[in-house]
Design a protein around this ligand. Sequence first.
Ligand code: NAD
Length: 447
Amino acid sequence: MLARIDLRGSTPTLAELRRALPRGGTDVNAVLDTVTPVVHAVAETGTPAALDFGEKFDGVRPASVRVPAQVIADALAGLDDQVADALRESINRARKVHSDQRRDTTRTQVVDGGIVSEKWIPVRRVGLYVPGGNAVYPSSVIMNVVPAQEAGVGSLVVASPPQKDFGGWPHPTILAACALLGVDEVWAVGGAQGVALLAYGGTDTDAADEPNAVLDPVDLITGPGNIYVTAAKRLCRSVVGIDSEAGPTEIAILADDSADAGILASDLISQAEHDVLAASVLVTDSAELADAVDAALEQQVAATKHRERVTTALSGQQSGVVLVDDVEAGLAVVDAYAAEHLEIQTRDAAAVADRVHNAGAIFVGPYAPVSLGDYCAGSNHVLPTSGSARFASGLSVQTFLKGVHVIDYDEAALREVADKVVTLADAEDLPGHGDAVKQRFAGSTRS
Ligand code: NAD
């Protein structure tokens, strides 16, 4: 089922390795023609355009963009007890991890009388996109909202597509997750029009509740979504910050012959069930293990609920088995691939994991499956895809903070370095810069 790439006995360069590895991805440019008019129309007219496009793409028009408080309360009241318990557990664990990510102001005494501090200021208002096209992701509400709240973001809005089966409001499980997290501003708008409305704002002309009619634009949009959402994020990034352009999900597993083929197969399937474009890649130095995983996949795929989607994802060009000479060579492969999720299923897994450079998140040993990270590890599941883990991080408290330098020099401290500033300003042919310093000391009578 999985294609094989045999790198045994070869020593590819990094460029050759990157070319050889399975990689799919989506062509965001291909939908820009569809998405550009949507973004422009919403930027110009706001809510009416957003609702029109929602009606076209989602087949339903909610009574207002802002979801009434009673609808959110009813969603929580109707939530299954076990699901509510599991969501609370997920929230508590995520809070534990993300509260440890808070940053303190640093204060550096550069010289006597010269101090540079770095303050971490939360983004003022954030829009959190929660997908709602093919599946419902209350876990994504948690993974977006918790780090934003822990960063101290004061104003949060969750946007999610309107659902035909639920009167045009977002899915009740998403609304209930918002309620559990204390988020009371939720917009029933998704896709490109949802991203554009978050970026440009509008007025909720149909909202019954007058104070809620203003839909303020946000300063930053985070959260995963499909190709239309990603294209809109790209188009709106001139007016709003974005976390990343998320591609389809990926799992890579580095395994040796100590790994359990049945476990590996189920972990490869678990990510493949997200999307036909999802990537599942096994890197191993054991051809016997690769054969056993193939056999386990045959059995497990036949029994899994979303077998068609899984089969398409596993047999796509983005998935495969990479055979290497040893774990050392496997480490080079997983670093070149830079997976969103990387499992290490080898002997001494923690030591091997310690040597990985590039991965969105690393799952160590047989008892840390990616599904644990998707829901209840406490870690964040919004992670860099398409190889961007070489330079990017997953969502965290840091995503929602801005580092601001505060420069506080007194007269003596400036006087001490004034010559150097003037010299550097002259060297860059910017004498006005030097004059701004000289002006402060020219004929100064200040003591
Ligand atoms: P979505 O909310 O991202 O997109 C649905 C919206 O797409 C609709 O509301 C509609 O407005 C728009 N749309 C649909 N067809 C369109 C068309 N032909 N033209 C213009 N707009 C159109 O939901 P989705 O489609 O289910 O996609 C969710 C994505 O997010 C999946 O790829 C999933 O794997 C990913 N995801 C990633 C993570 C993560 O943490 N990385 C978590 C959850 C989901």
